[in-house]
Design a protein around this ligand. Structure first.
Ligand code: GLU
Length: 416
């Protein structure tokens, strides 16, 4: 049998197993097995050559038992409907684990943004928001950054939505720039959250972070800041890769300097003092902590056996297939699942939305402290479940989340 790589099938199976294990009312799985709403749109964009081109986009609203739908929008040439639906489901689970009062959503546009000019990118962003505007809003569904989208894109989205409504609606999108309703600490939040869980995980297995070796796959927003923050805690980043290639130095690379190079050249490749390494070899390097921070299905049954790390911290969404998760756990690797490890992003998105709604802004220290408390609580809720039931961290995370979602549906009268 070939390994299951369709994220929607993977997440539906995870949901089903969790509902069965918790012995829940069958209505819970019935409701959670697919998004409540899913829209596919085709929208026009005026290109610089004077011609109009249409693009395809998606928004999935998985579940709003615990609050408005929440989740990022990615711009990627390969994004497809089932992927967006799965990612929206993970958002529902992620918010429940963190006790962030949201449900899950996700969006995507089929585009390679590197092929567009800034003007085209802005027009594409506005046109997509115009199409989905009836579905979103500060009390309804709140988009955010995801793969290949950033604070600038969030500013255009917020401005377009505000223009359509006729008043400033800062709370409609999170991950905005600091001079337009953004929150201090949001940009680094996913990475900071990953590192908080790595620290907790290291404590549990008795690993000293000082001098611990780290390999990072993907050096976008999540990977780069995770590298910089973990280095500040004394760990040594020995390998990094991006879509163009990888770099390796057993004595440590300085993620900070690599990030500076990426600012200039757009890639980690040819970093002075490093040896080239390909992506597959990076994943199989001997290291203490491996942070996959790129896209789905990177650790699979094909390479899991050869992975030589102590902790996997899933910065990306869905980087480990269920089969690989099983193999890694059997090998004694602690896998900190995406729905916990990278939940710092949505948590600080929630802080941003709170600040927008109040019109009162926090310091970065306040944000980081609250984030730390929430990440540690969530980590321990999951870890305790993992210990108590002797199950994988991922399965434990699902149990914690789905019980909370089921309780909300029950009290709301959705189950009869
Ligand atoms: N795209 C991020 C995620 O997958 C952030 C979502 C948000 O901030 O709403 O968690």
């Amino acid at each position: 049998m070939t390994e299951e790589l369709n994220p929607l099938k993977i997440v539906a199976k995870q949901m089903k197993e969790a509902c069965d294990e918790l012995d829940l009312n069958p209505g819970v799985y019935e409701i959670l097995k697919e998004p409540q709403q899913f829209i596919e749109v085709s929208f026009p964009v005026l290109m610089d050559d004077g011609y109009v081109k249409t693009f395809k986009g998606f928004r999935a609203q998985h579940n709003n038992a615990l609050g408005p739908y929440k989740g990022g929008i990615r711009f990627h040439p390969d994004v497809y409907g089932d992927e967006v639906k799965a990612l929206s489901t993970w958002m529902t689970v992620k918010c429940a684990i963190m006790k962030v009062p949201y449900g899950g959503g996700k969006g995507g546009v089929v585009v390679d943004p590197r092929e567009l000019s800034q003007g085209e990118l802005q027009r594409l962003t506005r046109s997509f928001i115009e199409q989905i505007a009836p579905m979103i809003g500060p009390e309804k569904d709140i988009p955010a950054p995801d793969v290949n989208t950033n604070a600038q894109v969030m500013a255009w989205m917020t401005d377009e939505f505000s223009r359509l409504r006729g008043y400033p609606a800062l709370g409609v999108v999170t991950g905005k720039p600091l001079n337009y309703g953004g929150a201090l600490g949001r940009n680094e939040a996913t990475s900071r959250g990953c590192v908080f869980t790595a620290v907790e995980g290291a404590n549990k297995i008795g690993l000293d972070l000082e001098g611990a070796t780290v390999a990072i796959q993907g050096f976008g927003n999540v990977g780069s800041h995770a590298g910089i923050i973990i280095e500040e805690l004394g760990a040594k980043v020995i390998a990094i890769s991006d879509v163009y290639g990888g770099i390796y130095n057993p004595d440590g690379l300085s993620a900070k300097k690599v990030a500076e190079q990426v600012e200039e050249t757009g890639s980690v490749v040819d970093f002075p003092g490093s040896e080239p390494i390909n992506n597959d070899d990076l994943l199989e390097l001997e290291c203490d902590i491996l942070i996959p921070a790129a896209i789905e299905n990177q650790l699979t049954s094909k390479n899991a056996d050869r992975i030589k790390t102590k902790i996997v911290v899933e910065g990306a969404n869905g980087p480990t297939t269920p089969e690989a998760d099983r193999i890694l756990t059997e090998k004694g690797v602690l896998v900190i699942p995406d729905i916990l490890a990278n939940a710092g992003g949505v948590t600080v998105s929630y802080f941003e939305w709170v600040q927008n709604n109040y019109g009162f802004y926090w310091t970065e220290e306040e944000t980081n402290e609250r984030l730390r408390d929430m990440m540690i609580d969530a980590f321990n809720d999951v870890y305790d479940m993992h210990e108590e039931k002797q199950i994988r961290m991922r399965d434990a995370a699902y149990l914690v989340a789905i019980q909370r979602i089921a309780d909300a549906m029950e009290i709301r009268g959705w189950l009869g």
